[in-house]
Design a protein around this ligand. Structure first.
Ligand code: GAL
Length: 939
């Protein structure tokens, strides 16, 4: 072996140099712009209620920069609601029987034209010094069919509610000044048969880069393990949106999790031509790499730098992991060469209280809950997830099936697939691409086979390191199943899995869906009148199987890589087997909040590594004394003995992947289980009859508090002995200081309580706007009497060359109610130089913070019709083509929200709170009739 001697001093000089290179600031900036957006509903087909958008003689499609109505740069949005992203307007709506079953009966979307269009506007300043950079706006996802405008320029339409997308706005920027981003989201149509939310429910960023830069999702890092070393191939796509030519240096450096530089490589290349992209590949080697695994999710960071004339002009980071995956048709799935049974769950993306607008902390919360259950794999059913979900899976060690939305071979389908794959292919957690789910129209026939062949080969052309699957449901005989690389069996009851496998011995397989069982958390008797499904694991329908039956099937067949339960968490929509007024699914192992149903403990027993002993049901059955009750134990102990009030009811042997059952005549007291391993007592578990609720108990999910500003609070009630009361349904009221509440939930599928308590904002138009000429420029300070016959339509046929000295205008607006707690303001738009405003004859004064805003004393307002008079000296037209404002403005009515509250459901409720950025302390309190108030203070 040849060794090159490098003097120590020189070596440290090189090390220093490389550190200096990596620490140099490049032109790239990624700025989260979630804060301070304005929001208002538009309208699906009434263009007037859609702010006159798309109506212009020259509209946004006719002339560039002609974003019209609320898409215009200078549209007055002062009266719109202020909010921060992520935002889901569907979850803010009440429930209604006429709303969509699949979307959880929220009164939004297709049947609610006034709640199906959402407008978002945001102002951002861009520095003068940014001139010369490429400026873009980057969206992680908007539900759905979004049109985006920048300073009135139409940027494009993104139909998908799940794709990330990005628009270059460089040419339209007002450098050194204010810029306006406008988004119109149209959630009238559904993409899925499950709750999807509405609006900008994922993050938005402003990105600045040098004109020569690494393209969005422009790196692809793969690794190959050879002996103990990993050979890393780092492909990078560089685009040149400027005129500079010449040589570049591409420096690719790998850092480990402790930020230590592991290896670096640099290469001289020539810059791509104007608006062209060029790809470069570096080979790097990591000696004795720390592999990414579900227990030790080791990550590395690749920093790709572009150097030009000695200056680092771009620096792009890619988090990746080194690991191997393999599906074997005989022996299932292997991670890093070791067999790993996939213990997976399917999940949609919504959570209690907040719908699809999940703060990042909640992604971690959910993935941790699944891991606690012993799960090691997650299927993103049935659409690409938000990038933060994959980040959480990378960091926490959760394998992911990444799934595209719709099968097909056209741009619409393949482009979505490509974007998902290019965005996600560096995540070590992603181990499989799914190109479809239960496409009933094609899955059993030749079209399915053809479409799968195209999508699968197309996927391979983007990433050949991961296999492709499809979730298949109508028989496992031909069609998609004959073509797909990894057979995705959706439900044992849908076909003969063993027979299929015997026919296709070289095709690995896994259960992409299993379960679809029904359970209500904390309920032990099915009651169809109340829409209650008992939580004992059971066969839900004739052709479906219980969780235990499903797991026994998959656990017993080494050739099957594992199974994905439908679902980990309950979600909004699909309240099968019921309908209204059930609004969430019953399928979850956990409810929508993440509170465990009893099945979680079955899975913990056989999926997890810790000793488990769990007893069900609870032991509060007043009035059922002497009645036989089914008592089940979930455990991985060898034997479990059950006692009621210290009297043994027998010791039973636990079957692998099974559970134990007793019939117990109810008597209040203590039900106790004792678990034995190798003849030794290792665990005890009790269910005690409790007294009535006395105290409210609040507990905080501490781990997430450390990470960010959002945290999850569990609300429960306890009796005089501090025992959790499992049947409590008290309504609890909440208050917070130093932060805000984002949402409340309790896991009750039939709860029609509000998820959010937010101020309601109504925008009321001023109608019947008329004028009279006045021949003095001195404006009245009291409303005078004006002749009724002289009112003419305001601004109609105005001769701007011969205007009167002043005008008096009169208009009307309707108020639905005149509650004293409402805040009613007039957002005036300039129609005069000097102005005096009268409401119902009373002169009103502008507010201190905005000279064109008038907030009224509600005593001067009336229910129904109100009048507004504006006395004003006229604006003068300077140039003939000046367009003069003729709109006096809008009335805004704020109805303050009620206090936050929620009923407990079978003992629990959940509150998601967010600390104010600058607050030193958050004080959160909970109170209820007849219970002691509790306060939680977080520093
Ligand atoms: C499957 C489907 C899932 C869900 C589930 C409910 O057929 O793939 O999305 O609808 O049924 O049982």
């Amino acid at each position: 072996m040849k060794t090159t001697f490098v003097p120590k001093a020189l070596l440290s000089f090189f090390l220093l140099l490389s550190f200096w290179v990596s620490a140099q600031k490049s032109d790239r900036e990624l700025i989260l712009i979630d804060k301070d957006w304005r929001f208002s509903f538009g309208h699906l087909y009434d263009t007037k209620k859609d702010f006159g958008h798309a109506e212009g003689y020259f509209s946004y499609l006719t002339k560039t920069g002609f974003g019209d109505g609320s898409a215009a740069k200078d549209f007055d949005d002062r009266a719109w609601r202020k909010l921060d992203l992520p935002h889901d307007w569907a979850v803010e709506q009440p429930f209604s029987e006429s709303a969509s079953f699949s979307h959880g009966f929220k009164a939004a979307g297709k049947n609610y034209p006034e709640k199906s269009i959402g407008w978002y506007r945001k102002k951002i300043n861009i520095l003068e010094s940014d001139l010369g950079k490429v400026i873009s706006i980057k969206f992680d996802g908007v539900f759905r069919n979004s049109k985006v405008f920048f300073n009135g320029f139409y940027l494009g339409t993104e139909q998908s509610g799940y794709n990330g997308f990005e628009y270059d706005v460089t040419a339209y920027v007002n450098y050194g000044g204010e810029n306006t981003i406008v988004v119109r989201a149209d959630a009238s149509m559904e993409e899925g048969w499950f709750y999807e939310g509405a609006g900008i429910y994922r993050h938005v960023y402003l990105q600045k880069t040098n004109p020569i830069y690494v393209k969005e999702n422009g790196t692809y890092v793969t690794s190959e393990l050879k002996n103990n070393d990993a050979e890393i191939t780092a492909e990078v796509s560089i685009e040149n949106k400027g005129n500079s030519k010449g040589n570049l240096e591409i420096i690719q450096t790998i850092f480990d999790a402790s930020n230590k530089q592991i290896t670096t490589n640099s290469e001289k290349v020539s810059a791509p031509e104007f608006y062209k992209t060029a790809n470069f590949t570096s080979k790097l080697s990591v000696k004795n790499p720390l592999l990414w695994d579900i227990d030790t999710p080791n990550l590395y960071r690749l920093v790709t730098q572009i150097q030009q004339n000695g200056k680092i002009i771009d620096s792009y980071e890619t988090i990746f992991g080194i690991r191997t995956i393999k599906f074997d048709p005989e022996n299932g799935f292997f991670l890093n060469g070791k067999p790993l049974k996939l213990k997976g769950t399917n999940n949609h993306q919504d959570h209690a209280g907040i719908g699809t607008a999940l703060p990042d902390e909640i992604q971690y919360y959910r993935i941790k809950k699944l891991k606690e259950m012993g799960s090691n794999a997650y299927r993103c059913s049935h659409h690409p997830p938000t990038p933060e979900l994959l980040k959480a899976c990378d960091e926490l060690g959760m394998l992911v099936i990444d799934e595209t939305r719709l099968m097909g071979i056209n741009d619409y389908h393949l482009n979505d697939l490509q974007r998902m794959m290019e965005r996600d292919r560096n995540h070590p957690s992603v181990f499989c691409w799914s190109v479809g789910n239960e496409e009933w129209n094609i899955e059993g026939g030749i079209v399915g086979e053809r479409v799968t062949n195209v999508m699968q080969n197309f996927a391979k052309s983007i990433d050949s390191t991961r296999p492709v699957t499809v979730g298949i449901s109508s028989g496992f005989k031909s069609g998609i199943s004959s073509a797909v690389e990894i057979m995705g069996y959706n439900y044992l009851g849908n076909g003969d899995i063993d027979a299929h496998r015997n026919q296709f011995k070289n095709q690995p397989g896994m259960g992409t869906e299993e379960g679809s069982t029904f359970a209500t958390r904390g309920i032990y008797f099915t009651d169809d009148a109340k829409h209650y499904q008992s939580a004992y694991d059971k066969k839900p329908r004739p052709t479906f199987y219980s969780i235990e039956e499903g797991w026994k099937f998959y656990a017993g067949r080494p050739y099957l890589a594992g199974m994905f339960i439908w679902t980990g968490f309950d979600y909004r929509g699909e309240p099968t087997p019921y309908g209204w007024p059930s609004v969430t699914s019953y399928f979850g192992m956990m409810d929508v909040c993440g509170f465990p149903k009893d099945n979680v403990f079955y899975l913990k027993s056989w999926w997890g590594k810790e000793p488990v002993l769990h007893l069900l049901p609870h032991w509060n059955w007043i009035g059922m004394e002497g009645t036989a009750i089914d008592v089940w134990a979930y455990s991985n102990c060898d034997e479990v003995e059950l006692f009621l009030n210290k009297k043994s009811l027998g010791k039973k042997k636990m079957e692998k992947n099974g559970h134990l059952e007793w019939k117990v005549n109810y008597a209040p007291g203590t039900l106790e289980a004792v678990g034995y391993k190798n003849g030794k007592k290792v665990l005890t578990e009790t269910q005690k009859t409790t007294a009535k609720a006395e105290n409210i108990k609040l507990s905080l999910d501490k781990e997430n508090v450390v990470k960010g500003n959002v945290s999850v609070v569990t609300v429960e009630v306890t009796d005089k002995n501090g025992l959790h009361v499992p049947t409590a349904n008290d309504e609890i009221e909440f208050a917070i200081k130093g932060g805000k509440i984002l949402g409340v939930g309790n896991g009750d599928p039939t709860s029609l309580e509000s998820d959010k308590f937010i101020d309601n904002i109504d925008l009321v138009a001023i109608n019947n706007f008329k004028e009279q000429k006045v021949n003095t420029a001195v404006l009245p300070q009291q409303l005078l009497n004006y002749s009724e016959n002289e009112w003419v339509e305001a601004f109609k046929d105005r001769d701007y060359k011969k205007q009167a000295a002043s005008y008096i205008y009169k208009g009307e607006f309707d108020l639905k109610n005149k509650s004293a707690s409402n805040i009613v303001s007039f957002f005036y738009k300039k129609i005069g130089v000097e102005t005096v405003v009268f409401i119902n004859g009373n002169k009103v004064e502008p507010s201190a913070e905005d000279a064109q805003k008038y907030t009224f004393n509600t005593a001067i307002l009336k229910e129904g019709k109100n009048t507004i008079h504006i006395a004003a000296t006229p604006l003068q037209k300077i140039k003939d083509w000046d367009v003069m404002n003729t709109d006096p403005g809008i009335i805004q009515v704020i109805t303050p929200a009620e206090p936050w509250k929620r009923k407990l459901f079978n003992g629990y409720a959940q509150i998601i709170i967010q600390k104010d950025e600058n607050a030193k302390e958050v004080v959160f309190s909970a109170s209820a009739k007849g219970l002691r108030t509790t306060t939680l203070s977080l520093k």
